[in-house]
Design a protein around this ligand. Structure first.
Ligand code: MN
Length: 191
């Protein structure tokens, strides 16, 4: 198998109460694993078999795009949390956030607005463009900002499977809570 499920960098219950143990186990062990398994099956014997994941997302469509996109999305997503996370970014990323959004609180407000208004299944993303300019975007279903030439830094998964066991319909509460487990060092490393 070409692609493998990345191991979690924390215990499955370590993000409680922000994300419950059962949610992490189902989301990582079942949903994420299924995207990886589906992708491997779909690319077997195609030109995508020898390509990097990001390049598959940029080049493909249909089922291969859906599963490659979700494989990339969840790789970034699960690596962006830490039980010791939270607080605010520092360094160059903090400077860029302050320059573009005024301050971190206002940035979070704008990001939360994007995350809570994705209609149906999808993602909210913070990305950077080729000049380091930050972009907040909404992506439907399994898409990723790489399709628009951007580099993804942080993504909030707002598919119901990401929060329904813990928050039911209260997506805004889930989105607000996520900030307390963000591993900013991981996010800054992508900037
Ligand atoms: Mn998901």
């Amino acid at each position: 198998m070409k692609f493998e499920l990345p191991a979690l960098p924390y215990e499955s219950g370590a993000l409680e109460p922000v994300i419950g143990k059962q949610t992490v186990e189902l989301h990582h062990g079942k949903h994420f694993q299924a995207y990886i398994t589906n992708l491997n099956n779909l690319i077997a014997g195609t030109k995508y078999e020898s390509m990097e994941l990001v390049d598959i997302v940029k080049d493909s469509d249909g089922p291969i795009f859906n599963n490659a996109g979700q494989a990339l999305n969840h790789t970034i997503y699960f690596s962006s949390f830490s039980p010791k996370g939270g607080g605010a970014p520092s360094g160059k990323l903090a400077d860029a956030i302050n320059a573009q959004y005024g301050d971190f609180e206002n940035f979070k407000k704008e990001f939360n607005a994007a995350a809570t208004t994705v209609f149906g299944s999808g993602w909210a993303w913070l990305s950077k463009d080729a000049n380091g300019k930050l972009v907040i975007s909404k992506e439907a279903n399994g898409s990723n900002p790489v399709v628009n030439g951007l580099t993804p830094l942080l993504g909030f998964d707002v598919w119901e499977h990401a929060y329904y066991l813990d928050y039911q319909n209260r997506r805004p509460d889930h989105v607000t809570a996520l900030w307390s487990i963000i591993d900013w060092k991981a996010v800054e490393s992508r900037y």
